[in-house]
Design a protein around this ligand. Structure first.
Ligand code: ADP
Ligand code: ZN
Length: 592
């Protein structure tokens, strides 16, 4: 059965009219019994690629997932759509029932942790009733290259191989090529089983600003973003301070979250946030893993993230429901200074790698070009030059023409032998001789002292900027070397425009007023629909988004369906939800 043949089931179960992105291809392979690795960004809709087959196929889909919180979140969502789902985790009390239901063929989906899945008891259970599919979620955990290696994932292979006829579907949002190849090998998936979806998250608007007064900038930003959001801060104290400041200035509910809080409080903060329609959490990066809240409207960084990968992952927690969302980062030169200091404390072997990471971040914060294009190129994609939905596309920064300076800089890198760092190159260009320069004869070069005055200030930012454009690269020892784009630049074939360095840049705080959330403000029908959603959510003991996403309520408010069948036409309204909650919402609409 092809994915297209499942479209009616997609509509009746999930309320969706079409597959999104590459979901259809993944489902096609699963239905054909082929082994597959699906790499899709967060929010792409990975879970649907096994939940839909779970409904279509005879037999149960076994989902291996590393975190109880993730499993239970998925469980709630699946059950709300009418899927017969259960989990076997340490906190589930209904083990016996679940196992029995599995044996009796009464389950569509069974979630299990890798520790459990690799045990003998579980193998026996599967031998009694062969599963329809193995879905291995967060599959990067199987690889030592991944950022989350879990030895237990390695033990899955014998289990999978014990059921060679059962198709396997591995899923992850991790992009890295190494990890991908490793997952294929570790889980016995052929190379042509890889489906790699794009990394773009077009609904997230990226902005990066110099940090001037963080509390004030964050408050302005948050004032324009009424929905739920996360503010990442580098330190525990920072999270608590910001929580107080933001709460005081905005009157909103803000909770701090970090690894130093006791586990109970942490669990409560997380639970309240997931259930809320407007909660804010100020957190260290300890927060987020395992949180599957689709309606997070903004993610702010009060300081530089650790790497582009972490930035992408952290900002990726915004807008999983596809509605507009914002990612705003504040950075200061001191972030870089601190990070570079930490480099000196690292074991030698890690320094070069960390430096590359840091330079990539520098390029992200300093570029005047499209932030999204830079991010996507980092992940190996070939995006359009402009996205139209980042700060640099929307309000281009003041630019200086550094074409000639770039030629001087590249030529200095070339003439000094492509092995020195930016400091040395700067000294050569500005004619600041010292022993190191003199002993190598660099003061005799034609590039010595050819940059003076105002321009000298642009050298360091230009280095980062040229790094972003691949005109400069770093050697494994952190020296500068020419990159693939250098030649054209040195020949004057490409112009180099760069952002005015931060000191001179007109400081703009929030983009006041331009809220990213399109939820109608002050629409009484929308508010009433939300109130109904809250009521039903409380009754069912689930977060509001499990009932319906904001987008569904918005469509209800604008289209005002009067009948069940009109309501069923709204994307996101599946059969089970229609039956359970449809009338309640129709009643609300009728009153307006
Ligand atoms: P991932 O696991 O890839 O991060 P999820 O499975 O949590 O993503 O899905 C993200 C959101 O996308 C969910 O809220 C889901 O309802 C929605 N979604 C998934 N598939 C579709 C689709 N075909 N059409 C519309 N929305 C979808
Ligand atoms: Zn852009």
């Amino acid at each position: 059965m092809s994915a297209d043949a499942l479209l009616p089931l997609l509509k009746s179960t999930f309320g969706f009219d079409a597959f999104r992105g590459r979901q259809g291809e993944v489902v096609d392979r699963v239905m054909a019994g082929a082994r597959t690795l699906a790499v899709m960004p967060t929010g792409a809709g990975k879970s649907l690629t096994y939940q839909l087959p779970a409904v279509a196929l005879n037999g149960c889909v076994v989902v291996v997932s590393p975190l109880i919180a993730l499993m239970h979140d998925q469980l709630r969502g699946a059950r709300a759509a009418g899927i017969r789902a259960a989990s076997l985790t340490s906190v589930d009390a209904d083990w016996a029932e679940t196992r029995q239901a599995y044996r009796d063929g009464q389950l569509d989906l069974l979630y299990v942790a890798p520790e459990r899945a690799t045990g003998e008891g579980f193998r026996n259970l599967l031998e009694a009733q062969t599963p329809a599919l193995f879905a291995i979620d967060e599959a990067h955990c199987v690889s030592e290259w991944g950022h989350d290696f879990r030895p237990n994932y390695r033990l899955l292979r014998p289990l999978l191989d014990a059921f060679p006829a059962v198709p396997r579907l591995a899923l992850t949002a991790t992009a890295d090529k190494h990890t991908r190849e490793d997952i294929l090998v570790q889980l016995g998936i052929p190379a042509d089983g890889l489906i790699l979806a794009g990394f773009d998250r077009p609904n997230i608007r990226y902005a990066v600003r110099p940090r001037v007064s963080p509390a004030k900038q964050l408050v302005e930003f948050i004032a324009a973003n009424p929905g739920p959001g996360i503010v990442y801060a580098p330190t525990r104290n920072g999270t608590e301070r910001l929580a107080e400041q933001i709460a005081a200035a905005t009157g909103r509910r803000v909770a701090a979250y970090h690894a130093g809080l006791d586990p109970e409080l942490r669990a409560r903060v997380q639970h309240d946030f997931v259930a809320s329609e407007d909660g804010i959490v100020t957190a260290t990066v300890a927060f987020g893993m395992g949180i599957d809240k689709p309606d997070v409207r903004f993610v702010a960084h009060a300081g530089l993230p650790k790497s582009i990968e972490s930035y992408y992952q952290e900002t990726g927690r915004a807008g999983r429901d596809g509605d507009p969302a914002e990612a705003m980062m504040l950075w200061g030169a001191d972030d870089f200074a601190r990070a570079r200091m930490r480099l000196s404390e690292l074991p030698e072997v890690r320094v070069a790698g960390e430096r590359v990471r840091l330079n990539a971040l520098a390029a992200l914060v300093e570029t005047v070009e499209c932030r999204r294009a830079l991010l996507l190129r980092h992940f190996g994609e070939n995006p359009p030059e402009r996205c139209g939905n980042c700060d640099n596309c929307l309000e281009p920064a003041a630019q200086v023409d550094a074409t000639v300076l770039a030629q001087k800089l590249l030529s200095a890198v070339y003439r000094t032998g492509q092995s020195f760092g930016a400091g040395h190159i700067e000294a050569v260009l500005t004619g600041r001789s010292d022993e190191r320069i003199a002993s190598r004869g660099h003061d005799k070069l034609s590039v010595f002292g050819i940059v003076a005055g105002e321009e000298a200030r642009l050298i360091k930012p230009l280095v980062r900027s040229l790094m972003a454009r691949e005109a400069l690269d770093t050697t494994e020892h952190g020296g500068l070397m020419l990159g693939p784009a250098a030649r054209a630049m040195m020949k004057g074939e490409t112009a180099v425009l760069m952002a005015e360095p931060p000191v001179k840049r007109t400081q703009r705080a929030g983009r006041g007023g331009a809220s990213a959330t399109p939820n109608p403000v002050g629409d009484p029908l929308f508010d009433a629909l939300r109130a109904m959603r809250r009521e039903l959510a409380a009754e069912a003991g689930v977060p509001p988004y499990v009932i319906f996403h904001d987008a569904v309520l918005r469509t209800m408010a604008s289209e005002r369906p009067a009948t069940r069948s009109a309501l069923a036409d709204i994307p996101g309204v599946g059969g089970k939800k229609l039956e359970a909650w449809g009338d309640a919402f129709l009643n609300v609409i009728r009153q307006f």
